[in-house]
Design a protein around this ligand. Sequence first.
Ligand code: SPV
Ligand code: MN
Length: 625
Amino acid sequence: MMEGQLKALVDADSRQKLEKIDNPELIRFIAHYIELCSPDDVFVCTGSDEDVQYIRDEAIRRGEEIELAIKGHTVHFDGYHDQARDRKNTRFLLPPGVDLGSGINAMDREEGLKEIHEIMRGIMRGSRMYVLFFCLGPLKSQFAIPAVQITDSAYVAHSECLLYRYGYDEFIRLGRSARFFKFVHSAGPLDERKTSRDISRRRIYIDLESETVYSANTQYGGNTIGLKKLAMRLALNRASKEGWLTEHMFIMGVHGPRGRVTYFTGAFPSLCGKTSTSMLSGETIVGDDIAYLKQKGGKIRAVNPEKGIFGIIQGVNSRDDPIIWNALHSPGEVIFSNVLITDDGMPYWSGNDSVDPPERGYNYAGEWFAGAKDEEGNLIPPSHPNARFTLDMHMLENLDPELDNPEGVEIRGIIYGGRDSNTKVPVEEAFDWVHGVITMGAALESETTAATLDSIGERKINPMSNLDFLSIPIGRYIENHLKFGMVENPPCIFSVNYFLRDADGSFMNERNDKAVWLKWMELRTHREVDAVKTPTGLIPDYRDLKALFKSVRGKEYSEEAYTKQFMVRVPENLAKIERVEKFYRTNVSDTPEILFVVLEEQKQRLIDAREVFGDYISPFYFSTG
Ligand code: SPV
Ligand code: MN
């Protein structure tokens, strides 16, 4: 069934593709935005090899991507002031009477819809509209959510082809029963560098009621790739109504003794080691960013709604990240964004250890040379700290075979990690689900990074590292977590901290010590090692770590290192509890009371320990239990 106006604007080939889908709501939606945005023409992508090749070629033809020396590699630049998620202009559109609380950016629905539709009227004049179909999660799965993306950016369309499973066949299969998400994006008018010109009218508006997200006058992936962080907010809202969780988590298989693979999810704010944890050598990756979790048969199972990685490239090097490194240096499809291109057509990024830092090149600011400054007099680095690579995970040698299992994988451990220079120990297990949700998840804190447009280096509370993506009130979100673990076999909860520093400012751990923490957690989920009980949680026994450092890293691990790293720092821990309590008392109006009770208990345990042992307590003073 085809609406009249669609006939006039869509060519026969694309029309035939749409006619195969029996879903009037979908057709109406597409027709509406063709009419409103007024593109010159429309291309419908079914995910066939031919259609995807067309998208790829378009991105280059239109100058949104530039080919690099290695076959299949391209670079894309976002505007100088469009390098990260725009928190300020990302808003939920809420009808009267709906309130998400003060920590979540929202505005009146009618007003927002009016504004964004005005911005989008005629916005695609002179451009081509791409219509693409995807499926969040494995096909034919209870977890799956079909989604349609409309965009005038071939770069956005191309990125999504790498990052998401094609869903055209799912739309055909589901017909009118599809409960799908909708995304409309326009980069708006472009400048001569093909970057969005009208940044002052950058808007990302999320309408929970119709499960639609609008994004205009921006190109940066976190603002535009609808299926990523925009879909995540819709999914989180839907999950809350249906009793499951949408989380900002990787999913990985940790390989234990005797060929055993144990699946973990992990939540870390951006730039805190999330991708590098999920990519550790010897382990396998299911996903690096987002997880859908559901209760099934007394256990928790999870899928990755994505199939690719939009990862931070800064610091990726041949020694610490051999798998990503290989993928980034082999023929195959990779989109680099906001890196530097050298004269020989190679991408360069800060922390790349294989070549000498170039003296000049071309980057997100234009022609670049060492020492170049922007209009405000700030030094321009060769690559932006939030520069990224985009690839399909099938390029990776460590891809886990369960990626497309429609049942998901059973999760036995959940990890919360933040950037914390002086408080939390490198790894610790919660006493139980509730203790973990509250003292590790809800209390997750991190020193801010370059992934958003805010200032860098401030300590911020970020519940489950999901604060930026919450589409329900924070208290309800915590409450959902507390309930979610009420199954026969809830996963163990852990916290990690890769960023502890010595008095002289140097890191206490090497980058890949995290490999040891993971193996320890794997053993704990099977109760194959004991743990030491401290006021804040269960930490490794020195002897177990010594053995693991030897077998995993081939390294000696001294008692001094253990003592320093696993010292219970009472004043810092008490200060943290105070910050967390303040956050939940002042910023959140619907905090579940149990949160304060559990924090108070932790505080009391710390105070009691201090009375016996003082402010800084060696882990050797505590015993296994
Ligand atoms: C993050 O910042 O958490 C990311 C990249 O994963 S973005 O798509 O910008 O959200
Ligand atoms: Mn993320």
